[in-house]
Design a protein around this ligand. Structure first.
Ligand code: GLN
Length: 194
């Protein structure tokens, strides 16, 4: 199955995601314009700074077309800042920061491991154990009834899915482990078949 995955490349850690996908033999293209979005079957939103990404999503004209694609079922995978962009509620965000409200979770920015800024730990998920890299990570403070928790640490959710939307508070792309990307590609391939 030939799927074309887009990697949102306005800001942040997008290159490592493309490498992860390439290690699976999956092509990806960097998305910076609405034209580039048209050709993709799915979109990956990387870590970085969600408030900056929000501004760049507006100035590039990508915010509204991405919102439309998500609501018509395009698979999306957001990591860290990407998860913040997908959440329905952002706590401690900048007042002008926008989010897609694509997954029914409340996230608090920079709240996971507040005392440490960054940390690494094992994450148990439904697709196996991961070496989780957390960098000024958002904490999921509320999970809606339709959201599946796929991964957690110390009973706190860090990997969640609602339909076509997958979100992680950690950075799977930084540990050289492509299993979550593989899972995302399978979400996209299943979607293409229907
Ligand atoms: N703290 C960042 C934000 O609020 C997210 C950090 C990350 O993506 N590594 O956007």
């Amino acid at each position: 199955m030939n799927v074309q995955i887009g990697v949102l490349a306005l800001q942040g850690a997008f290159a490592a995601h493309s490498e992860c996908l390439a290690s699976l033999g999956v092509q990806s293209i960097e998305v910076r314009t609405p034209e580039q979005l048209i050709g993709v079957d799915a979109l990956l939103m990387p870590g970085g700074e969600s408030s900056t990404m929000s501004q760049l999503l507006e100035s590039s004209g990508l915010f509204d077309p991405i919102a439309e694609r998500i609501s018509s079922g395009m698979p999306v995978f957001g990591t860290c800042a990407g998860m913040i962009l997908l959440a329905s509620e952002v706590l401690d965000g900048r007042s002008d920061q926008r989010n897609f409200s694509a997954i029914d979770i409340s996230v608090r920015r920079n709240a996971f491991g507040r005392q440490l800024d960054s940390f690494e730990t094992t994450v148990s998920t439904s697709v196996g154990e991961f070496h989780g890299v957390f960098i000024r990570a958002p904490r999921i403070e509320r999970v809606g009834a339709d959201v599946k928790v796929l991964g957690s640490i110390n009973d706190e959710p860090v990997l969640v899915q609602q339909g076509n939307v997958l979100a992680a508070s950690f950075h799977p792309e930084l540990s050289g482990d492509a299993r979550l990307h593989d899972y995302f590609v399978s979400m996209t391939s299943n979607k293409k078949k229907v």
